[in-house]
Design a protein around this ligand. Sequence first.
Ligand SMILES: Nc1ncnc2c1ncn2[C@@H]1O[C@H](COP(=O)(O)OP(=O)(O)OP(=O)(O)O)[C@@H](O)[C@H]1O
Ligand code: SF4
Ligand SMILES: [Mg+2]
Length: 352
Amino acid sequence: MNEHADATSVSNDASNEPTDETEWELIRQHEEPLLSVENLHVRFDTEEGAVQAVDGVSLEIQAGEIVGLVGESGCGKSVTSLSLMDLVESPGTIQEGSIQFKGDELLEMSDEEIRSVRGDEISMVFQEPSSALNPVFDVGWQVGEPLRVHRGLSESASRQRAVELMTRVGIPSPEERVDDYPHQFSGGMKQRAMISMALANEPDLLIADEPTTALDVTIEAQILDLIEELNEEIGMAVLLITHDLGVVAEICDRVAVMYAGRIVEYGDVEDIFLDPRHPYTKGLVSCVPDPTTSEKDLKPIEGQVPDLANTPDGCNFAPRCPYATKECTVDDPRLRDVADDHFSACLWEDPQ
Ligand SMILES: Nc1ncnc2c1ncn2[C@@H]1O[C@H](COP(=O)(O)OP(=O)(O)OP(=O)(O)O)[C@@H](O)[C@H]1O
Ligand code: SF4
Ligand SMILES: [Mg+2]
């Protein structure tokens, strides 16, 4: 504990009024959201114990909205996004929760039903492009696959369209590269091929897990422009998972901040950057390089994300939190509203 570790240094200490609303009821803004995730729990049963990778996540994405999902490594961002496509693999299981897309429960769909949604209405750019491209098929075949499967395009029409899509994501000489196999592509090229495949059917929702991490800044800007263009032109909603708060500030409408398997803050992008309420978000925002300061002045958040097989009592962030009080090691804070459409899972409304 440091000099802040005392209840008197925390404002609004009586404001954590209990509410009967669940987190999902609280954050719900729209009667018919495009995607509604309610109280999602995902656990991995490993030899080291049960890893609660996703611990009661609720999220809502409206048609045409770009929502950022941010948080440090190991917070559960990828597992959350894989759950949305029902792609969590053993030893992981979705224990409870609901994922509704256009009002239909994805978790109750048959394999055939979910396959008809995947790659068409919802598509995903995976964090690991190598694992998502099949080494035995050429890239053009794979980029055109969603068009053949969901839109009935012929092989030659899908190949032609693959060339157009590859052009759009900045793959040079696409007429030649369309016949290449994944091993002939660099990591960045594979990432671009994955993105072109995900955008092939102009999905209603794109889930993009660190889509530009492996790319240089020029291509990154090009891909983000393309995502924004499709967002504006066809109203494609996006769940953008990233470590890069600069990217979030540039293109997201709303932001969900994730820590240790939970959403700890959720709100409009301006509110998250200008008025962060959760100490973890405050820490992340203070790590964003400011053009007026040098990188060495940045203060990374000290400490580590807790082991998700063994989280601390009380608030998961307490061991790292500069504002932690005794209550924080006992009470388990859940999201509550701290301003209009702005939610934070801290015991205190605005610690400072
Ligand atoms: N196959 C698996 N088996 C066991 N544990 C897993 C597995 N996949 C993920 N986990 C655990 O789930 C937790 C969340 O992982 P996840 O990949 O979602 O993190 P992340 O937020 O996407 O991190 P990063 O930013 O590094 O991509 C981690 O503790 C991780 O170790
Ligand atoms: S509830 Fe958690 S985030 Fe809020 S002050 Fe306490 S330890 Fe920090
Ligand atoms: Mg990840």
